[in-house]
Write a protein that binds this ligand. Structure first.
Ligand code: NI
Length: 220
């Protein structure tokens, strides 16, 4: 998982929140798959509304231009973006996201990565944490507004019940140019070597990459 603080600058976060306050919302179950529908209780901005579509495209353009997003995800295709709203009593129980969905601009896409862009300041609501399942338990993500979390779509996840305030988020999916997560990670590590000014960090990342490549290619 990659967590990027300030993926959207504060002014943009405010602009998106203000826009959402004027846009129509529907029951979130309308966009959930069969199994997810049983556990989903939130509201979602109406994807058929031109204002919602335009807002989604503007957020996507900002994410697309972000260097870390590009280096980590290497997007080939993006889904349309969904804006979700959780108010007290709303939650999204454990589920996995669909593997094949409609791509923005037509056709189908494979979902390699999911992202959640947090739009509400964490002190303005209670609950509403994103929990990602792992073999060692759940990892909680409940960051500052403007932060994006990008994670493997295959991971089971949930959003805990909101008990106060309003939690706004933008979620979407990416098909990567690089299908395999281990290969994406190698490329990301090497991109970090290229970007860093610190020799120690570069040596460490190169050493990790050599190890990763040996595990991919070597037979003892
Ligand atoms: Ni989900």
């Amino acid at each position: 998982m990659l967590i990027i603080a300030n993926a959207l600058p504060p002014g943009e976060v405010r602009r998106v929140r203000e826009a959402l306050a004027k846009l129509p919302f529907l029951d979130g179950r309308s966009t959930a798959g069969e199994a997810a529908r049983q556990v989903k209780a939130n509201a979602q901005a109406d994807k058929a509304d031109p204002g919602v579509v335009a807002l989604g495209l503007s957020v996507r353009a900002l994410l697309e231009r972000h260097e870390l997003v590009a280096a980590y995800a290497r997007p080939a295709r993006w889904s349309g973006l969904l804006f979700s709203r959780y108010r007290p009593g709303n939650a999204y129980g454990p589920h996995n996201d669909n593997a094949l969905i409609a791509a923005e601009g037509g056709g189908r896409m494979r979902t390699d990565l999911s992202f959640t862009l947090f739009l509400s300041d964490p002190e303005t609501y209670d609950g509403g944490a994103l929990l990602l399942d792992g073999l060692d338990g759940e990892r909680e993500v409940r960051p500052l507004a403007g932060t994006v979390a990008i994670y493997a779509t295959g991971v089971l996840h949930r959003v805990t019940p909101v008990t106060r305030g309003e939690r706004l988020a933008c979620v979407g999916w990416i098909q990567s140019q690089v299908r395999r997560a281990d290969q994406r990670e190698l490329l990301f590590d090497l991109a970090r070597v290229q970007a860093t000014q610190r020799a120690g960090e570069a040596r460490l990342l190169l050493s990790k990459s050599v190890g990763d490549l040996l595990r991919m290619w070597a037979e003892p």
